[in-house]
Design a binder for this molecule. Structure first.
Ligand code: NAD
Ligand code: MG
Length: 392
């Protein structure tokens, strides 16, 4: 088969590294065209030396000079670019077939959209891009004939449990409900009165998954599941009523689809992102991912619970934002990014995350948004309001 050219946006992150691990197992199928990172220049240099991409992209000119020096003798074939323009260029380059969208947060939107508009296969990890733009994102996918495949383990599981060749964007006949599982994070059993004093270190220590810092905090608050609820509605064309969040502490079932004949299809596996990454890269084929097989005797038990919105107010805020529609999800996503950052930098406590998001939502009026520029304006305004509230 023809070698597939791959761009990995956010190559130095948790998803980026797992993607390169899968690629390294299949040199007969994939070739790295571009790798990008924000400020981790040395880590990116090491990846460039291993994968010899045509391009490497960093945040700014200074970083680019630094990377250039590191690659001078060891990877002279790699052209170094920088900034959003550089990211957009390598997302849309003609030699690229697949783009792993694994930049964290709203910063991933523009490069991911550039890949969509170039009609690439999009391996979507960057859920924030879809959450903030919603219908607009799905319309662009349709318009430019891009191929969207979910990397988020839950959405990848749902995709696998849908009827064969189910198209994204509309719930297929016979499907009644999407059962979106989540572990409940590190504070699932913490006494409620102790939540106010939990630290960033405790929040990022996820019991089952190893991930970047932002998504780890989102998992603790279950904002991650809230963003995934919104993501599921858009990806699969589901109404909020068709998606049910299910607490499942073991993270063995990655999500389920319930059919009208009483069947419930579940996708299971060890919690390792290389499974959904390999699945989406090779789809509709299956390839080795490096993930060990699931040992059911070791798992022994699977438990399920309803989520408690008292413990997880962020989950509730996100679900309500999806129900509200318009710019509400954009506001929640932006306020959450600012709040998580402030929590990680010890500017405020854990419980302030939900408080800042709710405050920001109350300060802004929800609008209809029909262009990406409008979305970005709402995003900016929400960030300012959240920031002011944190500093007050
Ligand atoms: P991470 O923090 O480990 O990595 C983020 C990557 O993005 C890094 O390469 C970083 O250099 C780059 N980056 C950060 N800010 C940037 C900016 N402003 N401009 C350009 N590049 C920037 O994050 P992660 O855990 O790999 O998550 C990446 C995305 O995948 C997130 O949207 C997350 O929600 C999603 N996701 C992650 C997991 C997981 O297991 N880690 C699972 C599902 C979904
Ligand atoms: Mg997930």
């Amino acid at each position: 088969m023809k070698l597939q050219g791959v761009t990995v946006l956010g190559a130095t992150g948790s998803i980026g590294k797992s993607t390169l691990d899968v690629i390294a197992r299949h040199p007969d199928r994939y070739r790295v065209v571009a790798l990008t990172a924000h400020r981790q220049i040395e880590a990116l240099a090491a990846q460039c030396i291993q994968f010899s991409p045509d391009y490497a992209v960093v945040a700014d000119e200074q970083g680019a000079e630094q990377l250039q020096k590191l690659l001078l003798h060891s990877a002279p074939e790699t052209t170094v670019l920088y900034g959003v323009a550089g990211l957009e260029q390598v997302a849309a380059a003609p030699e690229v077939d697949q783009v792993m969208a694994a930049i964290v947060g709203a910063a991933g939107l523009k490069p991911t959209l550039a890949a969509v508009r170039a009609g690439k296969r999009i391996l979507l990890a960057n859920k924030e891009a879809l959450v903030m733009t919603g219908a607009l994102f799905m319309e662009e996918v349709e318009r430019y004939g891009a191929e969207l495949l979910p990397i988020d383990s839950e959405h990848n599981a749902i995709f696998q449990c849908m009827p064969d060749a189910a198209a994204l964007g509309a719930v297929p006949a016979g499907v009644e409900k999407i059962l979106l599982t989540g572990s409940g994070g590190p504070f699932r059993d913490t006494a409620l009165d102790q939540l106010k004093s939990v630290t960033p270190e405790q929040a990022v220590a996820h019991p089952n998954w190893s991930m970047g810092r932002k998504i780890s905090v989102d998992s603790a608050t279950m904002m991650n599941k809230g963003l995934e609820f919104i993501e599921a509605c858009w990806l699969f064309g589901a109404t909020p009523e068709q998606v049910q969040v299910v607490l499942h502490p073991q993270s063995v079932i990655h999500s389920m689809v319930q059919y009208n004949d009483g069947s419930v299809m579940a996708q299971m596996g060890n919690p390792d992102m290389r499974t959904p990454i390999a699945y989406a890269m090779a789809w509709p084929e299956r390839i080795h991912s490096g993930v060990s097989h699931l040992d059911l005797f070791e798992v022994a038990q699977l438990n399920f619970q309803r989520p408690d919105f008292g413990r997880y107010p962020c989950l509730h805020l996100a679900i309500e934002a999806m129900r509200t529609g318009g710019s509400a999800s954009t506001i929640v996503n932006a306020a959450n990014e600012v709040a998580v950052d402030a929590f990680l930098n010890r500017q405020m406590g854990y419980l302030d995350i939900a408080r800042v998001i709710e405050y920001t939502l109350n300060k802004m009026s929800v609008e209809r948004v029909s262009t990406v520029d409008q979305v970005l304006a709402v995003d900016q305004q929400a960030r300012q309001i959240a920031q002011q509230e944190i500093q007050s």
